[in-house]
Design a protein around this ligand. Sequence first.
Ligand code: AHG
Ligand code: MN
Ligand code: MN
Length: 359
Amino acid sequence: MYLGRTTLSKFLIQQLEGIEGASDLGALLVDVAAAVKAISAMTAKGALSGVLGALESRNVQGERQTRLDVMANDEMLRSCEWGGLLAGMASEELEEPYAIPGEFARGKFLLVFDPLDGSSNADVNVSVGTIFSVLRHDQAHCPRTGDYLQPGRQQAAAGYAIYGPATMLVITVGKGTHGFTLDREIGNFILTHQDLTIPADSSEFAINTSNARFWEPPVHRYVTECQTGKSGERGRDFNMRWIASMVAEVHRILIRGGVFMYPKDTKDPRKPGRLRLLYEANPISLLVEQAGGRASTGRQRLLDVVPESLHQRVPVILGSRQEVERIERYHGEYDCGTDRPFISPLFNERSLFRPESRA
Ligand code: AHG
Ligand code: MN
Ligand code: MN
């Protein structure tokens, strides 16, 4: 039963052939996988190990940290700082980039991560995850914040772990998106989902509808059409899901298609979206594109967005290609006004031709 199974390490040796810095990148991904195994064990113990609950502390975004946020963050730092593979790290839970301690050698990659995605789900025993992005850093100097501000298309590798009924690691090095399942008895990630492919079309959408009053018209237009289903423009019924953990939503989309949206809204004018560009939107967008899907702000390919700051937020619309293209088209039509029927000035509000004016 175990003969001939492809482990993560074996797969990486094959996949990374011909890629610059292959052996270091492979070793780094194995270190990330080690952290993921530890975080998986922590989350699986739940209330038995006293790791649930919130702390008094808040992260740079002003969000209350959970115990697991902090523990998962420490696990990523400890597991990846020592190997001489990284020049630095940045995390959702750290205001500034993390400098590799002087006792360790400095490598040629930067690691950016969300140690625990969907952490509000941990206390209610619903799936959470870890998201990570690997960037190149060839300069001799210790990385400054600006070195992390690379557009997502430059990522050397990206991935996430999902801690669900099974723990899985889903990665890309720019040669397709591949899923590994943790065999807990042996402690190895085994290749179970090679070349994940998102169906181009789908009838499932995910959005937090409690924000509906803050959405832009093109998002309203799309969601209303989905809700109207068979009796409307789309001519078929749609299903809806909201797990409040992007990793879990994206995993579903990689397996059976669909659309995930955390779009631009007016809830807080200082924030152009809810999700963070560098360690949420970018790695997930690379995985989605490598699986044949599409990832957009609604107005621009997400992987082309040039970051301006470490914890920058961005609108996110991703998943099945044709659905995302439709939502992008709705944004375009809204921006140039072609989604509204033309009203001649003769018949507008103040016109002599309004029925009541003629009476
Ligand atoms: P995090 O736990 O890392 O802060 O991320 C949670 C994110 C994302 O995973 C999810 O899609 C979204 O926030 C949930 O937001 P709502 O609470 O608005 O549903
Ligand atoms: Mn997150
Ligand atoms: Mn998080």
